[in-house]
Design a protein around this ligand. Structure first.
Ligand code: SF4
Ligand code: SF4
Length: 260
C-alpha cells in the first residue's frame, strides 16, 4: 500500500534512489496503483501502439471522476494476474523484463517514486506545485546509493516535456479545483473536457466536420497547424476549454454564435 510522505520537496530537494533491472523488486511498482493519464500520455501511447484514441481508451483505460472537481479523467486499466495466487492487478504493459512501452510510459511512471501535487489532487497544490515521496514497502530503490536533486530526476526521466505539453491541462484542473463547490460544470462542458483531454481524434472531427468553424473565428494558419499535428491540436483544444470554463483567452466567437 502506498504511503505518501508529507514532506514537500522542491526542484532543489535531494533524493537517494536508484531503479534498475537488478533490484529484487523489479516491476513490483507496476502493480496495484492508480495511474491517472494525462493528455500527452494518451498521445504517446496511442501512437506507440498504433491505435486511434477511441481504441486506446476502450482497451486500456477506465473512467474516473476527479475529487472536488467532478472532472472526468481516465486511469490505466490494470488486469488481474492469471498466473498468480494473489489478487493483485498489474499494468497491461508490464513484462518480466520491464515495461513494454518504456520510452512512451506515462507521466506518473516517470515521476515515481515521486508524486507531483497537481496530478495527485493534494491539498495546497492550488498555489504552488510541489513534489513528495510515494513510499511503498516493496520499493527497494531507496536503499541504492545514488543521489539526485528532484530537478535532475525529472530531466533523467524525461518528464519535462510531458509537463510542458500538459501544463495548460494541469492548470485547468487545478483552477477548477479552487471553484466554490456550488459552481458545477454542465454535463456538456464535462464531455468537451473529456474529448479534448483524451479523445483527440474525435476533437479533430469536431473542429473540422461539425459547425465549430461556423461558430468560432479561427485563422487559416492555426487550422493548418492543427490539421496534422496532435500536440498543436491539443494545445488549441486546451485554449478553447479555457474559454469555455473561465471565459478567458483570445478565442473569438463569430457574431451571434453560441459557445457550445
Ligand atoms: S519498486 Fe522501486 S526499485 Fe523496484 S522496480 Fe519499482 S521503482 Fe524500481
Ligand atoms: S506503463 Fe510501464 S512503467 Fe508504467 S506501470 Fe505500466 S509497465 Fe510500469
Amino acid at each position: 500500500m502506498a504511503n505518501v510522505d508529507p514532506v514537500r520537496l522542491s526542484s532543489n530537494s535531494t533524493i537517494k534512489f536508484k531503479c534498475h533491472p537488478g533490484v529484487k523488486c523489479f516491476t513490483q511498482c507496476c502493480r496495484d496503483i492508480n495511474i491517472i493519464l494525462t493528455p500527452y500520455d494518451i498521445i504517446r501511447l496511442k501512437q506507440r501502439l498504433d491505435l486511434s484514441s477511441e481504441e486506446f481508451l476502450a482497451i486500456y483505460t477506465e473512467p474516473q471522476l476527479l475529487e472536488k472537481t467532478g472532472l472526468p479523467v481516465v486511469t490505466l486499466k490494470f488486469l488481474e494476474e492469471e498466473d498468480k495466487e494473489s489478487d493483485s492487478k498489474a499494468c497491461p504493459f508490464v513484462r518480466e523484463n520491464g515495461c513494454l512501452v518504456y520510452d512512451d510510459r506515462p507521466t506518473t511512471c516517470r515521476y515515481y517514486p515521486l508524486g507531483v501535487a497537481s496530478l495527485s489532487h493534494k491539498e495546497g497544490a492550488d498555489d504552488d506545485d510541489f513534489y513528495f515521496f510515494v513510499h511503498e514497502p516493496h520499493c527497494l530503490g531507496f536503499e541504492e546509493d545514488k543521489l539526485w536533486t528532484v530537478r535532475e530526476w525529472r530531466k533523467d526521466q524525461g518528464v519535462d516535456i510531458h509537463d510542458e505539453i500538459n501544463a495548460e491541462w494541469t492548470d485547468l484542473v487545478v483552477r477548477k479545483r479552487s471553484f466554490p463547490p456550488n459552481m458545477q460544470l454542465t454535463e456538456q462542458t464535462k464531455q468537451m473536457f473529456f474529448m479534448v483531454s483524451y479523445n483527440l481524434d474525435k476533437f479533430h472531427e469536431f473542429v473540422f466536420k461539425s459547425s465549430f468553424l461556423q461558430r468560432y473565428d479561427v485563422d487559416q494558419a492555426t487550422l493548418d497547424a492543427i490539421k496534422d499535428d496532435e500536440i498543436a491540436l491539443l494545445k488549441f483544444g486546451l485554449k478553447w476549454l479555457k474559454f469555455l470554463l473561465f471565459k478567458e483567452g483570445d478565442f473569438k466567437l463569430k457574431e451571434g454564435a453560441d459557445s457550445a
